[in-house]
Design a protein. Structure first.
Length: 1020
RNA sequence: GGGCGAUUAGCUCAGUUGGUUAGAGCGCCACCCUUACAAGGUGGAGGUCGCUGGUUCGACUCCAGCAUCGCCCACCA
């Protein structure tokens, strides 16, 4: 059976076999257990918009590493999985799909049908996402899978909303939104793209009402959007125009002193303009300022409305005409000005982008029609001063490509003042620790603004806001209708002239108040509202469940930096508000995955990598190990993307140019293949290339190395008998590998405690490959041939492998389980003290703790001497081009201690360098014709007799001498420096002196060796 | 505009509180299919640590400035 073990690690069957095994054994499931300490993670729920990408793979790998380790450490570990309904994103994806396939809009389908379709989509992608997680090996408790729109989460949402409503923290108010006139919907800021388009700057004159002598007759304003003047409610001037201009000039001068080239020319032009303004414009601005202070008004032409001149710093004298028209209902900045001055807010737009009755004579026109007509009419009145060409940065809707109209609408908000403060305090006083700590700043800065949270979205996919409106009922009637119900609350909305009625659970019928009609709020809640509750809603809040009592607060949140504010901050405040306790103790922020160009990965760019492709090619363990290995504290993960040709399986680099093409030609075999963009039937018919990255190869090779190391052990376990191993039975290499194992165990523990995943991976990689495989396994080979030495070698070998598999399991769960199960067949009982029966799965085996007894600095440094001598011998073989099969002889001149150490290692030199150690000790003299290497205090001579290439050896010695000379010079200089001798600490000086002595000694040895070589060459 | 991070070998990255000769993987060169592993082994070449100053006996490491790149936030009549 052993001989059937494949030479190459085959990940596919292994992954399927053991994942099923773990699930069947119920290892993933967690129940509150008073005898254990809990360790809990809630997954950042992936959006059901699509499949998982590499970023998710990273996020979930790290969580699984934490969870698996803690599980092995004996914690009751719970990892709650789930997905997020991701309101806007999901609805948009499905709507787009329906439009492409059926040419229908959501209005054609209606709310119920659209929502039904999105649920179907959700089912499909949720499945896909969960199966991707399983394929990666994630040890989530699948029985507790949640979805942010499922009944459990919905209940938490409703209770939260109701409570906030009762506390008066939820309110209704006006807000400017990005309005898409084509889709007739609000779009979020990140669905808006900016494009620079050619446009104009129109200069309009607004007549001053009853100008006094010496006062200007007009105020001139400049605008890129003439039609919005119909909604103007003021004209603003700066309260201190002279000072403001002066400040601007100082600012530009400062920049100018540092600038150069093209930038300089621009700044100089700017400065000239400012100076001109100071001369020509300032007197008028001062007069206007005084008029504004005096409460004077201007006449808004075309609609003939009197509007005030106001003083506001928003009117920058260095911009435009120095005066600015204020349109609070259609410009974000003007909105702020309007609020500061309590200006009326005149909305001039209908949802379809035509002008409404507030636009007077322009009512019914489109924006563009109105723009032309307004300009024409102003010109007719003689109020158009001039028109300039100008490039304008215009916001467009991502989805419909039409220009965005800022529009004032009714929205729901959460008052953040106190909630934000609570969330800030939790991080400031350390109840929530953010790692790396630098990310706390962004969190605190954002919360410190305490901007109210707009929670309503004009969508159909999401938690519908549980508010019913009634305009006609009296408070008495409401009280009567809901008498005795503490789950209904109401409040009068003076702005909308209506009752707002909120209910904690369930629905209110239209006629819940006899004789009146209730209308339900159509909007849904921001996705982050339900996400904010995730750590407690998934555990059953608002009920006082055993889960809430046991698992809450959760232990660690693992997420990426771009949602620290949107999500992490809101979870903290929601947890504090609802439960009275933080949602998690630690937040670990991991790096972002970027492509070869340093750009983030995304579907639209076409540079995304599906972890399934990677697992297909390299295996889940390779995916996981590579990601862990690349996770360092400060560096994002650069991941060049390759297509794998489906014909010849060679890689083709993905570039900015080829990454969005439907079909590509392999540069290696010349055949065509399809990509994810293939749409035409002839493209789709081609085999599709996997999209992967060469960066996973290292990890795949590592898994293979582990597999083969284990294979070696398994092949050599015949006759294995578990038994206690006494200290005096251990050879130097045993004590060395056990010492190394102890320190590696300690280092890995520390690294994982501090979320240094990359370090942990590196430590294990190097230990496994460079120490366990390259040395221990090689050395044990000889002992295994010797019946007397074999049993102890087997026991130590098995024990180290056992420990190594346990240490590696959180990162590479599949290959370690495979090895573990094979070991169980041949060596079910293992251990150096009292051998014990190993756990039935490495997943539940105890996590290794460092065995301090074996930790020995002395053994490690002794072993290093052996390694160095071995390396010197190998080096000589290589540089002398000695055929690999040719055995050579060597001797070592060294002190007695070193000799005592090297002499018993003879068999290892034979096995590992095909070299026979003839003698070692202080009396040893090198043979006349020898290749020589000198290490500090050790001279290695390889007897080469006829074989030697003396010239090469002489050349090499000369190089070596030159190098040593250089180093000695540097050292002598340093040690001659009085400053250094006076100020450097004693131990540093001592070390330098010792090092110099050693170099000098090595120099002398090398020189002597060179001398001998020269003599020999001359003689022959 | 504000904040954060990065810049080390051809590429991708490590580099402990400042102290011997700055490391790894891939790629490259030479030799090897040696019965765990060619997804491997042995050896090698390759670096003025982005630039300029400063602190220090001593700087890849600390400080300041500059340059380039990236991310987040704000803003652009």
């Amino acid at each position: 059976m052993i001989h059937e073990l494949p030479k190459v690690y085959e990940h596919k069957p292994v992954e399927q076999r053991w994942y099923r095994f773990w699930e069947e054994k119920g290892y993933f499931h967690s129940e509150p257990n008073p005898n254990k300490k809990p360790y809990t993670i809630v997954i950042p729920p992936p959006n059901v918009t699509g499949a998982l990408h590499l970023g998710h793979a990273l996020n979930n790998t790290l969580q699984d590493i934490l969870i698996r380790r803690k599980r092995m450490e004996g914690y009751e570990t719970l990892w709650v999985p789930g997905t997020d309904h991701a309101g806007i994103a999901t609805q948009a994806v499905v709507e787009r799909r329906i439009w492409q396939e059926e040419r229908k809009t959501r209005h054609d389908l209606g709310r119920t049908e659209l929502v039904r379709r999105i649920w179907a989509w959700k089912d499909e992608y949720e499945n896909r996402i969960l199966s991707q997680l399983k394929q990666m090996g994630c040890s989530c408790d699948w029985a507790r899978t949640r979805f942010t729109l499922d009944p459990i989460c919905t209940r938490a949402v409703r209770h939260t909303f109701f409570r906030l409503f009762c506390e008066g923290l939820i309110y209704r108010g006006k807000r400017l939104v990005n309005w898409d006139t084509t889709l007739q919907t609000v779009v979020s800021d990140d669905e808006v793209f900016h494009e620079t388009v050619p446009g104009h700057f129109w200069y309009f004159r607004y007549p001053v009402i009853d100008p006094r002598p010496g006062e200007p007759k007009y105020v001139t304003i400049a605008t890129t959007r003439p039609e919005t003047m119909l909604g103007d409610t003021a004209v603003a001037v700066h309260p201190f125009p002279a000072r403001a201009l002066e400040d601007a000039i100082v600012d530009v001068e400062k920049k100018l002193s540092k600038a150069s080239g093209k930038e300089r020319a621009e700044l100089e032009a700017e400065l000239a303009d400012l100076r001109r303004r100071q001369r020509e414009l300032l007197p008028e601005l001062i007069r206007l300022r005084d008029m504004a202070a005096d409460g004077r008004r201007v006449l808004l032409p075309l609609v003939n409305r009197e509007i005030p001149l106001i003083l506001d710093e928003w009117a920058k004298p260095e911009m435009g005409t120095g005066c600015v028209k204020i349109t609070p209902a259609h410009d974000p900045n003007d909105y702020e000005v309007g609020r500061r001055h309590q200006l009326p807010m005149v909305n001039i737009l209908n949802p379809d982008g035509t002008l409404n009755e507030n636009a007077g004579p322009y009512c019914g026109q489109t924006i563009l029609e109105a723009r032309q007509n307004v300009v024409r009419d102003m010109e007719g009145l003689g109020l158009l001063e001039k028109v300039e060409d100008r490039l304008i940065d215009l916001a467009h809707s991502d989805r419909s490509k039409t220009p965005i109209e800022p529009m004032l609408t009714d929205q729901w908000f959460i008052a953040m003042k106190d909630l934000a403060q609570m969330a800030m305090d939790a991080v400031i006083d350390g109840r929530v620790k953010i790692i790396p700590a630098r990310y706390a700043k962004g969190y605190l800065d954002w919360l410190a603004e305490k901007r109210d949270w707009p929670i309503s979205r004009q969508l159909w996919w999401g938690h519908q806001i549980p508010i019913w409106y009634c305009q006609t009922a009296t408070e008495e009637e409401i009280k009567r209708a809901f008498a005795g119900r503490d789950d209904v609350a109401w409040r009068w909305d003076s702005e909308g002239n209506q009752w707002l009625i909120c209910v904690r659970e369930g629905e209110l019928s239209e006629d819940a108040i006899p004789g009146h009609k209730l209308r339900r709020e159509e909007d849904v809640l921001d996705t982050w509202f339900s996400s904010a509750l995730w750590p407690h809603s998934t555990l059953g809040w608002p009920d006082d469940t055993p889960e809430m009592r046991y698992y809450y607060p959760t232990s660690t949140l693992v997420t990426s930096r771009d949602i620290i504010t949107l999500w992490v901050a809101r979870m903290v405040l929601a947890g504090l508000h609802n439960v009275g306790e933080v949602p998690f103790r630690e937040v670990y922020i991991h790096p972002k995955i970027l492509d070869a160009y340093g750009e983030g990965m995304s579907k639209s760019k076409g540079n995304g990598v599906d972890p399934v492709d990677v697992m297909e090619k390299f295996g889940a363990d390779a995916l996981r190990f590579a990601l862990a290995y690349l996770t360092t504290e400060t560096q994002d993960i650069r991941m060049p993307v390759d297509f794998e040709c489906p014909h010849c399986h060679k890689f083709m680099e993905q570039t900015r140019e080829n990454r969005i093409l439907p079909r590509l030609r392999c540069p290696h075999c010349g055949r065509d293949f399809a990509t994810q963009w293939a749409e035409k039937p002839e493209d789709k018919a081609l085999p599709r290339a996997l999209v992967v990255s060469e960066r996973f190869e290292v990890a795949r090779n590592f898994c293979n190395k582990l597999w083969n190391a284990a294979r070696f052990v398994l092949i050599n376990l015949e006759g294995y008998q578990p038994a206690r191993v006494e200290a005096d039975q251990l050879q130097l290499e045993d004590r060395w590998i056990l010492s190394r194992l102890a320190s590696v165990t300690e280092q890995v523990n520390q690294a994982l405690d501090e979320y240094r995943f990359g370090d942990a991976a590196r430590i294990l990689y190097e230990f496994s490959w460079d120490e366990f495989c390259s040395f221990y396994v090689e050395m044990v080979k000889t002992r295994l041939q010797n019946p007397a030495l074999r049993p102890v070698a087997q026991r130590v070998l098995v024990w180290v492998l056992d420990n190594l598999m346990r240490l590696l399991h959180p990162m590479v769960p599949f290959v370690t389980e495979e090895v573990w199960q094979h070991l169980a067949q041949l060596a079910p009982e293992r251990g150096l003290d009292e051998p014990r029966r190993a756990a039935e799965s490495v997943m539940i085996a105890p996590w290794p703790t460092p065995d301090k007894r074996f930790f020995s600095r002395q053994v490690e440094s002794q072993f290093r001497v052996f390694q160095e001598v071995l390396r010197a011998v190998r080096d000589i073989r290589s540089r002398q081009n000695i055929p690999p099969r040719q055995e050579i002889e060597f001797c070592v001149r060294c002190d007695e201690d070193t000799a005592a150490l090297l002499n018993p290692m003879g068999m290892y030199f034979a096995a590992m360098a095909k070299a026979r150690l003839k003698a070692a000790g202080p009396e040893v003299q090198g043979p006349p014709l020898a290749a020589q290497a000198n290490l500090p205090g050790i001279e290695v001579y390889v007897d080469l007799a006829q074989l030697i290439d003396a010239e090469a050896e002489i050349r090499r010695k000369r190089q070596e001498l030159a190098r040593l000379e250089q180093m000695i010079d540097k050292k002598r200089q340093k040690l001659a420096d009085r400053q250094f001798l006076e100020k450097a600490p004693a131990h540093v000086i001592e070390r330098e002196q010792a090092s110099l002595r050693q170099l000098e000694e090595q120099y002398a040895v090398a020189q002597a060796a060179l001398g001998r070589l020269l003599v020999q060459v001359q003689n022959s």
